[in-house]
Design a protein around this ligand. Sequence first.
Ligand SMILES: Nc1ncnc2c1ncn2[C@@H]1O[C@H](COP(=O)(O)OP(=O)(O)OP(=O)(O)O)[C@@H](O)[C@H]1O
Ligand SMILES: [Mg+2]
Length: 476
Amino acid sequence: MSEAASTRTPVALLPSLAPLLHEWLPRQRWFAGKGRPVTGFSLVSATELLPVEGPGAGLLHLLVRVQQPGPPAPSTNDCYQLLLGVRKTLPPYLAPALIGRPTEGPVAGLTVYEGLHDPRLAELILERLRTPGVLGALRFDRFDRGPDIPGGLTARPLDAEQSNSSLVYGDAYILKLFRRVHPGPNPDLELPLALARAGCGRVPAPVAWYESTAPEPYTLGVLQPFLRGSEDGWLLALDSLAGGRSFTAEACALGRVTAEVHAALANALPTVMLRRPQAEHLAAAMSERLDAAAQAVPALKPYAPRLRSAFDAIASLGRHGRAWRAQRVHGDLHLGQTLLGAGSGGPPGPTGSSGSSGSSGDGHWSVIDFEGEPARPLNERRRPQPPVRDVAGMLRSFDYAARTHRPWDPAWAERCRTAFCEGYAEISGADPRTEPELLRAYETDKAVYEVVYEARHRPDWLPVPMAAIDRLAALT
Ligand SMILES: Nc1ncnc2c1ncn2[C@@H]1O[C@H](COP(=O)(O)OP(=O)(O)OP(=O)(O)O)[C@@H](O)[C@H]1O
Ligand SMILES: [Mg+2]
């Protein structure tokens, strides 16, 4: 690759791509601004990872701001990471990756396509990650204590519904490329790195990563070991429900793992105490979210006063001198963010309750995706928070799992919730249920968020959080 080629940022590039991106971008699974028109693009950075004039495929790395009118805000200006392949003609196997053929600008007459679907280009990204250094606007880095990354691994895109894009290399590594990017350290690199440095084995340790160097620092991609053959906790839970099996051993193990990760995060990164001002601020923020949600989903309105009392209780405890420890947390913990390692037992036999020894309850669970809730601003996601927030997330997840099954078995979720808290207490020494006000406030806040999400995106699912709202409102 020529160094000169890697640093050029032709002014005419984006205008020539804009008509194609207008069509293509809103159709991408990871595009967060669906349903609102795109009114303009601006280029944040462009790096030619592989020259586009060469005989084979070229690869352009772009950070592009996408202008859209609101809501949520009066207008948004989100920044997206694009990896565009450029060829004279597309081979048939890349036809589904086609973006279009610009008629003007530096790639006029060439074919532009989703570069991550081209194994040769995906392999080139791994080559860059193997050799740390700066290339154009990008800086590639390696974990100082990791083994060498082998070359020549074949690449395939991960076939999963996700809000970013991941590539799997030879079933040995997975590279997550963040799509909607925010300036500042992404917790999905920051936290796993801190945990790896602290020797916590519950999170796949980052092996390499890349960031933009200018004009603002954006975390763009993280390479981690691929946990081949692992199964995620959500599917395992649904499997247990379908098979009429208990999931309490798994829930208990997940409670222990969560407490382990929390302990490691509290040791590795700063912790703070939340006192009166922070408690009042927290309660006010939760109340505001509730008000906005009740505006958006009228079904919430009758519950609002009783739900608000959960938040008022936090402010009141703060005023009476109660303080809570806050630390860095996962921020979006649910069953789908956990992976049970291959050979960890799997579902027990037809007669067995999963509480028996050798079940997946005892297997090796890992926690992934420390991005936090992508809809929240990055500075908020990186703030220390009470660890009970993650507990609440997981408790809501058991509820969701139970609700997917007919007939609905609320006792299944209740047993999982109890087992999770017991497992958590085994490691941390404190059962999250001994802070009932905080747990209730976080569960309520989460259920309110879910109501808005489901009303907007999956109305069929709305009864799931509404049932939780009904239960939580009755706890006053
Ligand atoms: N280290 C790993 N080993 C094996 N599979 C993994 C690993 N990391 C992630 N996965 C798989 O990739 C999927 C997507 O990963 P991840 O949740 O990090 O992406 P995401 O874009 O943040 O997804 P979402 O939009 O659901 O939050 C996971 O559900 C899991 O199935
Ligand atoms: Mg995510």
